[in-house]
Design a protein around this ligand. Structure first.
Ligand code: AMP
Length: 420
């Protein structure tokens, strides 16, 4: 038997209802804040990710699913969404009518990481980006949205971490100080970090290897190096979060290692998933739009790890599984054509309906109705055909009523009306 690829997974009925619930909550919340959905391709030119994510990153160095297609073009399954959304923003000149655009997308990403709990090779992200707003209020809005969404979904054990990465004016000073410090603890760093030390020292700060974490206890804090403008923005972000009642931790270790990231950076972390503590991550990337050939416009955004979120929400998939309004129990072959006709008409009229098409005993049909947790059972057999009236059983009250054939569809439409 052919099994699925390691690190990939199926989301089966029974679990998928929870995913739908999360998606609905995210969509409706984001739309309330003026975000509009964008759908982007799953595959892009490799160059896009190399240029946006950066050649020195783990993703580009060793995790991308990259291959030459049959025409010889190098293509990559997207490892994240921001690069594609920025490409679309530039390519379709979405900034022309108004540079301010709030966009979101939901979909699969691909990274060839070592699979483990909370880490997959195909995983899903819920992504939101705000273009054209330099104010830290945009960052505060994103963090507020994240915290609100997690609250609505009763996510367990989560906390918001924020930091500032400074800007091209002040980050080099910090970078030098950090590099100076790293030179002293070089022998305590892991192999990756020794390599990062020269090329991308900020990345050393978020290495998860215990030895590196320990070696960095005395590392300088970027916050002490912020220039006046960055300091002011970071204060404004924190004041906005405090005013909104969002609790957060200032985490000087929180970094994104790419040059185009600036100022606010944030992460939602959980203690529920072992080593994979990040549920969502985001931040400001004021230089990326320009770097990818667009106008010089600021941007900020986040990505939620959908799989991880689904694992920590306090909701149960079972609570969202749809139950049929009616189960049609047709006894004997003479009643089946009429029962089938009702089944189709009821479904068309918005009634959730199920029916078994084969020959079954009443006992076994009632068992099916129970298993499906149907609200009503509509019974039709030879006797009912004679009387031209079906029997409708309310499965909760056990009450049974005779429903003339010509009233079946209307009666069930009324009985199954759901609050809108
Ligand atoms: P990143 O784009 O790396 O900042 O990731 C954003 C979020 O996506 C993270 O906070 C994780 O929740 C999630 N994520 C990243 N990589 C994986 C993976 N391999 N499997 C599952 N979730 C992931």
């Amino acid at each position: 038997m052919i099994q699925l690829i390691r690190g990939f997974k199926d989301i089966l009925p029974g679990e998928v209802e929870l995913w739908q619930k999360i998606e609905q909550e995210a969509r409706s919340l984001f739309e309330n804040f003026g975000f509009r959905e964008i759908r982007i391709p799953i595959m892009e030119k490799t160059e896009l990710f190399k240029r946006s994510i950066g050649e020195d990153t783990d993703i580009v160095e060793k995790e991308m699913y990259t291959f030459a297609d049959r025409g010889g073009d190098m293509v990559t399954l997207r490892p994240e969404a921001t690069a594609s959304i920025v490409r679309a923003y530039i390519q379709h000149k979405l900034y022309a009518p108004d540079p301010v655009q709030r966009l979101f997308m939901i979909g699969p990403m691909f990274r060839r990481e070592r699979p483990q709990k909370g880490r997959y090779r195909q995983f899903y992200q819920i992504d939101a980006e705000i273009f054209g707003v330099a104010s830290p209020l945009a960052d505060a809005q994103l963090i507020f949205m994240l915290v609100t969404l997690l609250g609505r979904l009763q996510a367990k054990n989560v906390e918001a971490h924020v930091n500032s990465l400074g800007c091209p004016a002040c980050r080099p000073g910090f970078r030098d100080a950090l590099q100076g410090m790293l030179a002293h603890v070089s022998d305590k760093l892991c192999e990756d970090c020794r390599r990062r030390r020269d090329r991308n020292p900020l990345r050393v700060l978020d290495c998860k290897v215990p030895g590196c974490r320990e070696a960095l206890t005395g590392a300088p804090s970027i916050i002490d190096y912020l220039c006046g403008d960055c300091r002011r923005d970071f204060d404004e972000l924190q004041a906005a979060l405090t005013a909104l009642g969002v609790s957060y931790i200032v985490d000087k270790r929180l970094v994104r290692g790419l040059d185009y990231y600036t100022r606010a950076t944030f992460e939602i972390q959980t203690g529920e998933l072992g080593a994979q503590s990040a549920v969502a991550g985001g931040g400001r990337y004021d230089r990326l739009v320009k770097e990818l050939g667009g106008p010089d416009l600021p941007a900020t955004g986040f990505a939620i790890g959908f799989d991880r979120l689904a694992e920590i929400v306090g909701l149960q998939a079972g609570d969202y599984q749809p139950r049929p309004d009616v189960f049609i129990a047709a006894l004997g072959s003479r009643s089946r054509p009429l029962a089938f006709e009702w089944c189709c008409r009821l479904g068309r009229e918005g009634v959730r309906v199920e029916m078994e098409f084969g020959e079954k005993s009443l006992k076994s049909l009632m068992k099916s109705a129970d298993r499906l947790k149907a609200d009503h059972v509509l019974m039709i057999g030879d006797q009912e055909l004679e009387k031209q009236a079906a029997v409708l059983r309310n499965m909760q009250t056990k009450e049974q009523t005779a429903v003339p054939f010509d009233r079946v569809v209307d009666t069930l439409k009324t009985a199954s009306r759901r609050p809108s």
